[in-house]
Design a protein around this ligand. Sequence first.
Ligand SMILES: [Zn+2]
Ligand SMILES: [Zn+2]
Length: 303
Amino acid sequence: MDADQKICYRHDYHMHTAYGDGEDSVDAMVAAAKESGCSEIAITEHLSPFFAGLSGQAGRKIGGMTMMPEDAEIYLDEISAAEQRYQLQVLKGFELTYFEFDEDPSRRLIERLKPDILLLAVHNLELLLGWERPGKGGNPGRVDSKGHSVYLGGDSLDELERQYGGIKNLCAAYFRRLHDAVDFGAGLGGEGICSDVGIAHLVVFEHHPQFNMWIPPSLIDYAVGHIAKSGLALEVNFAKMGKGGCTQPRPSFEAAARYLSKGGRRLQFASDAHSVEDLKRASVHFPMFQEFFKGVEAPLEIK
Ligand SMILES: [Zn+2]
Ligand SMILES: [Zn+2]
């Protein structure tokens, strides 16, 4: 490893609060992180100008998941207050749901809110189940019959496959979207809008183990190489670890190691905790994370 490459142990750069789809307050999450021995964390609430436009109601979470941009300032203030109270380094973050048609509004919002850290997440593909892209006349687009967009982590694999005409097409669509997200993130860095951008839960299909098994290693390899070359961080997401027989984080340890071998500069732990309980459970994964990368040559950032 080079001197400027970092693996961040005992830090946690992905968690949610009641501002989004989490259960607990900012204050409670920071207190719990301090208690579980984290030395630095980021709070990363869901943000999406596109979904905000669909909801149109200030003060209401969108689909029960994404915070309203109008709430962002008070959210950021709460993070600052908790940081002071618990004397723990807390980065102000967002997890931005990436859509390529939403790049300009996203860039403007990030420029205004100035987060310390930004996670880019491909949660949705838009060309599914009656979804239409926003029209020129400001038409906000249409979501599926259940009133939400097709969520890659939750909807039926059979249905997704059918819509895409096969698993290969679905997979290709995901990686294409991811590629665009990486380029967008690199642009934010290049333009000085946000210097700390990472990719969240590479390969989002957590409910579809058979899908994850199918993805060709060459695609993963290409994706981690692109993230590394673009100077973006890569998170290793432990949200599903130990649940339903899941024995690997997302992406896998091996894929994370390939990111490092391709010159990736920052590998970060992510609990993706949605509650204080999740955070407590997540701390058992710190040693697992550390153990896997033991063989990787120093220098490492070990905290
Ligand atoms: Zn996510
Ligand atoms: Zn998340």
